[in-house]
Design a protein around this ligand. Structure first.
Ligand code: ZN
Length: 213
């Protein structure tokens, strides 16, 4: 659930035309406020609920812990990874494991922790778990800090500015200068820096190798 400030300009009087754009829903509130919801990626799964209690929304009721909550310490994070056989990129993005991390910030967290997105979650050493935990807290903490006080309409542009690798394929890594690469993952793609995260070796793009077979 979101509490959003009213935007300065009223929504256009005509509904948007359906098309291939990312706009999924335009909400106009009584009193002139409103906001747009957009959705990228090929699988359209956006859902909107109007409820009195957030716990009435199934997706919220099954959410994992808030990674910025005070009690979410390093050991709580380690417990989430223990015995987890999936790749860390997918685990971080799984809202029922840990809440609020999407495609963009999982890329940013893994880059900050200098970890391959394809590494199996259960294979992290104690030290790597600590590193990843610190990257989760610092990356999300900085993002929340930057977004503070920014109007709803400007949030998306602000978020993009703060990203170091996500959505920056072909650009230099701000840490080491290597070229940021992209590889397919699940229903979309992820970005990473080979030098910082995968020992300089580009990850195999499964989508591409499947096409070549
Ligand atoms: Zn780098």
């Amino acid at each position: 659930w979101l509490v959003l400030p009213s935007r300065k300009t009223p929504p256009p009087p005509h509904p948007p035309r359906p098309g291939k754009g990312p706009l999924a829903l335009r909400v106009s509130l009584v009193g002139g406020g409103g906001f747009d919801l957009t959705e990228a990626g090929t699988q359209k799964r956006l859902a909107v609920y109007v409820v009195r209690d957030p716990q009435e929304v199934p997706g919220i009721a099954r959410l994992g812990p808030d990674p910025l909550a005070e009690g979410f310490d390093r050991d709580a994070f380690a417990a989430l990874l223990a015995g987890e056989r999936r790749q860390i990129k997918g685990v971080l993005r799984d809202q029922s494991v840990i809440a609020g991390i999407g495609n963009a910030y999982s890329d940013e967290i893994l880059h900050a922790a200098r970890v391959s997105p394809f590494k199996l979650a259960a294979s992290f050493t104690e030290e790597q778990v600590t590193q990843l935990y610190e990257a989760v807290r610092s990356t999300l903490g900085e993002a929340v800090g930057r977004a503070h006080g920014v109007s709803a309409g400007a949030l998306k542009a602000e978020k993009k500015l703060g990203l170091r690798v996500h959505g920056r394929t072909g650009e230099p890594c701000p840490v080491c200068g290597d070229t940021v690469r992209s590889v397919s993952f699940a229903d979309s793609s992820l970005e990473y820096c080979p030098t910082c995260q995968t020992g300089g070796k580009p990850l195999a793009d499964r989508r591409l190798s499947r096409l070549l077979k």
